[in-house]
Ligand binder design. Structure first.
Ligand SMILES: C[S@@+](CC[C@H](N)C(=O)[O-])C[C@H]1O[C@@H](n2cnc3c(N)ncnc32)[C@H](O)[C@@H]1O
Length: 213
């Protein structure tokens, strides 16, 4: 299900600050060399991440599911000078492309890549995360949420991507697939969780913005 017409998408894209040229290059390389290139966030979502981190000025930022590292560049924009950015990615084949473009980032020394499954890495790197972008597999979503919320300080922000799942979360006609069921359960869990307040942003495939109370 498409929420907006192609024309509106084009309009949003044209009126949102463009990506720097080196990120356009990363996007092109991702489309040429990597399977499922559509997983890359793109400059509209990237710009949202950038503006939110610039407002929040987090010291500890976590990205779960980094893919080719595109969104990481936007996430680190608001990182404090003494801050740390950590990204978890299960696919080791993506390491060279992630590092190739991270090297071009002025904050590259503050950027740490952890290759391996999130379910293990999240237990190894425990920080008081001020800002989290949860964008990996759906299977582990509820588990990642429950591990991370207690680590966040009050006022910490978590963004969870793809929570409208192409509109399948409200599709009552066709039987729900496994991933849809997990996302529906996650959205319900967040909505009932007294530790947080939240809003769903209908940007791209839907982003759940959670603030720890
Ligand atoms: C949607 S992509 C991430 C896109 C990226 N955040 C961006 O905005 O450009 C999801 C990524 O999660 C990774 N992933 C899937 N399962 C994972 C797991 N269990 N642990 C860590 N990463 C995982 C995939 O390999 C993929 O690169």
């Amino acid at each position: 299900m498409e929420f907006l017409s192609d024309e509106i998408h084009k309009y949003i894209s044209e009126h949102t600050t463009k990506a720097p040229e080196y990120l356009n290059e990363l996007e092109r390389e991702t489309w040429v060399k990597v399977i499922m290139p559509r997983m890359l966030s793109g400059h509209v979502q990237g710009q949202l991440l950038k503006l939110l981190t610039l407002m929040k000025r987090p010291k500890y930022i976590l990205e779960v599911g980094t893919f080719t590292g595109y969104a990481s560049h936007y996430l680190v924009e608001g990182l404090t000078e003494d801050g740390e950015f950590h990204a978890i990615e299960i696919n080791e084949e993506l390491e060279s492309i992630i590092r190739k473009y991270w090297q071009k980032n002025l904050k590259s020394k503050q950027m740490h890549l952890h290759l391996g499954p999130a379910e293990i890495k999240l237990r190894e790197i425990q920080k008081p995360w001020d800002f989290i972008f949860l964008d990996a597999d759906k299977k582990g979503l509820l588990n990642y949420y429950e591990i991370l919320i207690p680590l966040m300080p009050s006022g910490g922000i978590m963004l969870i991507d793809n929570i409208l799942w192409s509109g399948k979360v409200v599709d009552k006609l066709s039987p729900n697939d496994k991933d849809t069921k997990i996302i529906v359960a996650l959205n319900k869990r967040v909505a009932q969780d007294i530790r947080v307040e939240q809003v769903i942003l209908s940007v791209r495939d839907g982003i759940m913005m959670v603030r720890k109370m």
